[in-house]
Design a protein around this ligand. Structure first.
Ligand code: ADP
Ligand code: MG
Ligand code: MG
Length: 495
């Protein structure tokens, strides 16, 4: 039996300046007298440089660009970040890209691993149904494009970099993450003397240029000059400016046209030519870039599911394919963490070791000992359903009650969830700015490394890390998404 002792301390570790040997994540301190000026300068900078989101209370802010804008939430100064973790995460990026691809090719593994989840989770069932239809058709995806993001936290008790999850669909914030590192560099440059910091230590972010390059290269591989990149979006999207960063880069740097459509519009306007070409209102589509379609709310009717199937049946390059999407489920993450499973997909021993090193404790609810431990000490665990987009996990008393209920019912519903070791990153104070005002809070951070993987048959054209996302939230909170409203954008000050 695995004891709860393995999962670290129950409280966030607070990093102090004293005895700080540079290993710690720490929010950079802001001199008292400088806070108001920095906040004001930062707010002006955001407004002038597109570090913006749609405002919640404005009726049209999610529907039309240019109305109801608000600066994105951000931490006032970057976080000092030890080089060792940065380098470790960069090194892992191509390994995870390759792993996603290899797992995606093993249709039976995906179907079998998710078979029990399928019985109790209608959303996962619909995805798997499309996937098995493609298996029956023996559908091959010659050109595969993955824009991924592997998210990590550093566990304060063990100093280990641990993976929170691996995102394979709609990996967002690539646009705004670039903006915030520019913002921080700018503030530090203007106040270099007062802050005593070198602006060059703020790590520049290449997420937009590299993701645009990957999309443009995929578009070129498709080899149809008149084809467009189709961006799948939600009908209302207050995060649209994050998405516009990449579509504008595609147009300006590569001359590639993008069109934005909801799943319902794709169903209404889309068609397949006899050769498999996806056309929207008669325009051929080279690449389908999903910035929606990851959540049940994106499929309010059968029309959206028909659209997803249409896309999957087509010859367009899907970012991601249904198989790549499924590899990103929490259940697959948990299965890959089991003994001897990585070995099925990766050959190189040291690669396997490096990947495994960043796995936190992950368990299925069929493991009675772990369920007992979690009922006893729910604060040491996170209960996760097969969902994306933040705000879906279960913590604390709620976790305990859910487990007790599931156990009492003896229901198959347990297969909808996985249990994960709760990670407690080191905490330190920071100024957080939202809706034009700041608070000072004790915070923790999660950081993600974007990746790009492009392959045409046997040829790997791109397999690289592509910049980063650093998100900071109050240490007292459970969840941490920026879109979901919990976290603040931040950047890395390498030490
Ligand atoms: P999603 O796909 O919805 O983003 P995540 O697994 O990333 O799901 O969980 C959402 C948030 O919950 C994370 O951003 C993080 O703040 C928190 N979280 C998830 N797993 C853990 C964990 N093991 N320990 C601590 N916090 C976690
Ligand atoms: Mg996710
Ligand atoms: Mg996440």
């Amino acid at each position: 039996p695995v004891s709860c002792g393995v999962v670290g301390t129950a409280a966030p570790v607070v990093a102090t300046a004293e005895g700080d040997d540079g290993r710690w994540f720490r929010q950079l301190a802001v001199p008292q007298g400088l806070v108001d000026d920095l906040v004001e300068e930062a707010l002006v900078w955001c407004s002038q440089h597109g570090l913006v989101v749609g405002e919640k209370n404005h009726p049209r802010s999610g529907k039309a660009p240019g109305v109801g804008l608000l600066h994105a939430p951000f931490a006032l100064l970057p976080m000092s970040f030890p080089k060792v973790y940065w380098e470790q995460a960069l090194e892992l990026a191509p390994l995870f890209n390759e792993l996603v691809h290899r797992v995606s090719l093993d249709g039976d593994f995906l179907q079998q691993t998710l078979a029990r989840t399928k019985e109790v989770d209608p959303f996962t069932r619909r995805l798997l149904d499309i996937h098995s239809k493609m298996m029956e058709l023996n559908k091959k995806e010659d050109i595969q494009l993955g824009l991924t993001r592997s998210d990590y936290m550093v566990d304060g008790a063990t100093d280990k970099l641990l993976q929170v999850e691996l995102n394979t669909i709609s990996t967002s914030s690539n646009g705004l993450a670039c903006g915030v590192s520019e913002l921080h560099r700018n503030l530090i440059r203007h106040h270099e003397r007062e802050l005593g910091l070198d602006p060059a230590s703020v790590v520049g972010n290449t997420a937009i240029t590299q993701h645009a390059e990957a999309l443009a290269t995929a578009w070129a591989e498709y080899n149809n000059q008149s084809a467009v990149v189709l961006v799948v979006v939600q009908a209302e999207e207050r995060y649209m400016y994050d998405q516009y960063w990449i579509t504008v880069a595609l147009r300006e740097m590569y001359g590639v046209t993008t069109i934005r459509k909801t799943m319902a519009e794709i169903e209404a306007e889309g068609d397949l030519r006899p050769d498999g070409t996806l056309v929207i209102n008669g325009r051929p589509v080279a690449v389908v870039y999903f910035r929606a379609g990851y959540s049940p709310a994106d499929y309010p009717s059968e029309a959206e599911w028909r659209a997803r199937l249409l896309i999957e049946r087509s010859s367009a390059i899907k970012c991601p394919s249904i198989a790549h999407h499924l590899v990103g489920t929490k259940k697959i993450q948990q299965e890959l963490a089991k003994e001897k499973v990585l070995e099925r997909f990766l050959d190189n021993k040291s690669d396997i070791e490096n990947v495994r090193k960043c796995f936190a404790g992950l368990w299925s609810l069929e493991n009675d000992n772990i369920v007992n431990s979690a009922i006893e000490s729910p604060e040491l665990f996170v209960l996760k359903p097969q969902r994306e987009g933040g705000g879906n996990n279960i913590y604390g008393d709620n976790l305990r009650e859910t487990l007790i209920r599931l156990r009492k019912d003896g229901s198959n519903e347990i297969a909808a969830y996985i249990l994960m070791q709760r990670i407690f990153p080191p905490a330190s104070p920071s100024y957080l700015v939202r809706e034009g005002t700041f608070v000072r809070d004790n915070v923790v951070s999660e950081f993600g490394i974007f990746g790009a993987y492009l392959r045409n048959k046997d040829k790997v054209i791109i397999n690289d890390q592509c910049g980063y996302l650093l998100r900071t939230k109050a240490a007292s909170l459970n969840e941490g998404g920026v879109v979901a409203g919990y976290a603040f954008l931040n950047s890395i000050f390498l030490t």
